[in-house]
Structure formats: C-alpha cells, structure tokens
Design a protein around this ligand. Structure first.
Ligand SMILES: Cc1cc2nc3c(=O)[nH]c(=O)nc-3n(C[C@H](O)[C@H](O)[C@H](O)COP(=O)(O)O)c2cc1C
Length: 199
C-alpha cells in the first residue's frame, strides 16, 4: 500500500464548496495524510525541515487546491520555493524525491470548454499545469494525470456533488492500492478518465 500525502492549500476554506466536498470524501481513509498548509502556517512561515520530513514518509504527493490565476494559491508557491530546495529536491546529489509521484488535484471556476483555443481561456488546462509538471520532472518525480473538478459552483444536484467527491476518493484509493498500472497512468490525460476501468 502506498502512503499518500495530500498537501492542501485554500486561503478561504470557510467559503469553499468544491474543495470542502473533496476533503470530506477523503475522511477516514487509511494510508492518507491530510496536511492543510493555511491551517498550519497562517503566517506563511513554512517549517522546511518538517515539510521535508513529511515528504520522506510518503510515496504519492497530492497537491490539492483551487486553480488561482492559472496557478496555485500563494502558500503553495511559497512551499515550493522553500521546500524544494537545491541539494534536497534537485541538483546532482539530490535524490530525496526521486521515484515519488506528483498528483495535482485542482478545482476550477472555468468550464471544460473554456479551456481550448476557442474558449476564453484559449488553451487546454494541461498547458497551464506545465510549470508543475516540469517541477515534478526536475525533482525526479513521476507526474500523474491530474484530477480536475471543473465549475463545481454550477452543480446543484446533491447527488452529483457527492459523486464528485466519491470519484476523488475512489481514484486516490486506486493509486494507494496500486490498482492503476504505469501504462494506464502514462496513457491518460486526466485521472478521471481512468474511473471507468475501476468500477
Ligand atoms: C483569486 C482567484 C483566482 C481564480 N483564478 C481562476 C483561474 O485562473 N481559472 C479558473 O478556472 N478559475 C479561477 N478561479 C475560480 C476558482 O478556481 C474556483 O472558485 C474554485 O476552484 C472553487 O473551489 P472552492 O469552492 O473550493 O473555493 C479563481 C478564483 C479566485 C478567487
């Protein structure tokens, strides 16, 4: 069983709908550690050694956050700038993160069709995730197809809302239990594309 660390960033969790739903869906799962950055570091002073210790105890690192300005909330960028330091995460002698997996789990305001050349965001969502993908690559980590939840605010049906959380739970369990093969993961653009094969 792989150990999963969910590094969660949301500056206004009290007003969240999407991320709250995703977090709720993970409650009580074995092998999954939830780490809420804004909760632990309300002043943004990140304890680098503590974070590196947490990383060393886990195999799959999930970065869960709302998509803000085509990127992540500020604390996750601060976390990356400080924790993924030279000599630890990258550089000739740095192997601390080699072989670990990186999963971006993001929620967006924009609908799927807004993320294409004809849409107002003009590019596929995956293009905007390239800095994260390349960061994973430079740290020797394996980039997993991202879990994306689009325009959750438009979903009103309580059953559909619940199902989004259940999809996330099921996919993280499948990663934890190694039910998805490297070929399946490498061959999918989005993690949710792999749901069908699981049920
Ligand atoms: C500061 C800010 C920037 C945002 N930037 C984007 C963006 O670049 N693309 C997008 O699709 N949605 C954007 N949104 C919408 C959020 O991604 C969306 O509200 C969030 O994912 C919903 O999750 P929540 O209910 O957990 O807050 C932005 C929202 C805020 C507040």
């Amino acid at each position: 069983m792989k150990r999963i660390l969910v590094i969660f960033s949301h500056p206004a969790l009290q007003s969240s709908r999407a991320n709250k739903q995703l977090l709720q869906a993970l409650s009580g799962l074995d092998g999954i550690t939830l780490h809420d950055l804004y909760h632990h570091y309300p002043d943004m002073f990140i304890d680098v050694k503590r974070e590196q210790g947490l990383l060393s105890e886990h195999d799959i690192i999930v970065f869960q956050h709302p998509f803000y300005w085509y990127s992540c909330p500020a604390i996750m960028k601060e976390w990356m700038d400080l924790v993924l330091e030279y000599g630890y995460a990258y550089g000739p002698e740095a192997h601390a993160l080699s072989g670990k997996q990186w999963l971006s789990a993001i929620t967006t305001g924009g609908a799927p069709e807004s993320y294409c050349s004809a849409g107002y965001n003009q590019r596929p969502l995956l293009d905007f995730l390239l800095p994260f993908q390349q960061t994973a690559q430079l740290c020797g980590m394996t980039w997993l197809p991202p879990f994306v939840l689009h325009s959750f605010h438009k979903i009103r049906d309580p059953e559909a809302l619940r199902r989004c959380g259940q999809d996330y739970r099921q996919l993280l369990c499948a990663l934890r239990d190694e039910q998805l093969t490297p070929a399946q993961l490498a061959g999918s653009a989005y993690l949710r594309d792999l749901l069908e094969g699981l049920s």
